[in-house]
Design a protein around this ligand. Structure first.
Ligand SMILES: C[S@@+](CC[C@H](N)C(=O)[O-])C[C@H]1O[C@@H](n2cnc3c(N)ncnc32)[C@H](O)[C@@H]1O
Length: 221
């Protein structure tokens, strides 16, 4: 039985169809899904997770940067599709979450390929160097816009920039439904979507999947 979020961005019957096609997970990731649900930890929604997984299968990234780790669910999901010798650097502000993610990564036997750094991504991302084939932006929504330039700088040519929650329960698309205390987040998300769409270096699509996602590829030139 699917539980519907009243703030979902598409009609429940659409979500039902989208989710019905996603094979139920087993093993450790299923355990993490249950843990996240029981404790209300916001991990990526099933249909959005499926897209992430499909894109990773297509891309087989060698180096991934994730902004917003929580308990390590999406990092572990992406790690299944890493190229040989690949690595994931995932950034998490909350010390307790970072510790739980490290414990989960250890349990899954992925300490060689996934590193959790407990830090404020807004400060850390500008200091990063190197190239990433996939960047998953799933941390502080208010600051996506502030991290866009660095994400583009850090992305390899042909690399993917995937941002989650950009429709933010539909509020980004409909000014009538913006709750007062969310006005800044929503304005910044609108700005982020528009900026990403306009960037010449990227080809971007906005998708009404999960809580809204943008998928951008860095063009060859
Ligand atoms: C939606 S959750 C991430 C879910 C995870 N990607 C998944 O799907 O399994 C967002 C996470 O970003 C973290 N976060 C918020 N602000 C941050 C910041 N400035 N720097 C790093 N992490 C941050 C939160 O603590 C939270 O754990």
């Amino acid at each position: 039985m699917i539980e519907y979020d009243k703030d979902a961005i598409v009609y429940p019957y659409i979500t039902e169809l989208l989710r019905s096609g996603v094979p139920e997970r087993s093993g450790f990731l299923a355990e993490l899904e249950r843990e996240a649900e029981a404790e209300d930890i916001p991990i990526i929604l099933p249909e959005a997770a499926r897209l992430l997984s499909v894109l990773c299968e297509l891309k087989r990234p060698k180096h991934i940067l994730e902004i917003g780790c929580a308990i390590g669910y999406s990092a572990l999901l992406m790690s299944e599709k890493l190229a040989d010798g690949g690595s994931i650097l995932t950034l998490e502000l909350d010390e307790k979450m970072a510790q739980r993610a490290r414990a989960n990564i250890e349990k899954a036997g992925k300490t060689d390929s996934i590193t959790v750094r407990c830090c404020d991504a807004v400060e850390t991302v500008p200091t990063l160097t190197g190239e990433y084939d996939l960047i998953f932006l799933d941390g502080p929504k208010t600051h996506y816009i502030h991290m866009l330039n660095d994400c583009i700088r850090l992305l390899s040519k042909g690399g993917l920039l995937i941002a989650d929650n950009v429709l933010y329960k539909g509020m980004t698309a409909d000014p009538e439904h913006v709750v007062r205390r969310k006005i800044t987040i929503v304005k910044r998300l609108r700005h982020f979507i528009a900026a990403q769409m306009q960037r010449q270096e990227l080809e971007t699509v906005l998708l009404p999947l999960g809580d809204g996602m943008t998928v951008a590829v860095k063009k060859a030139d």
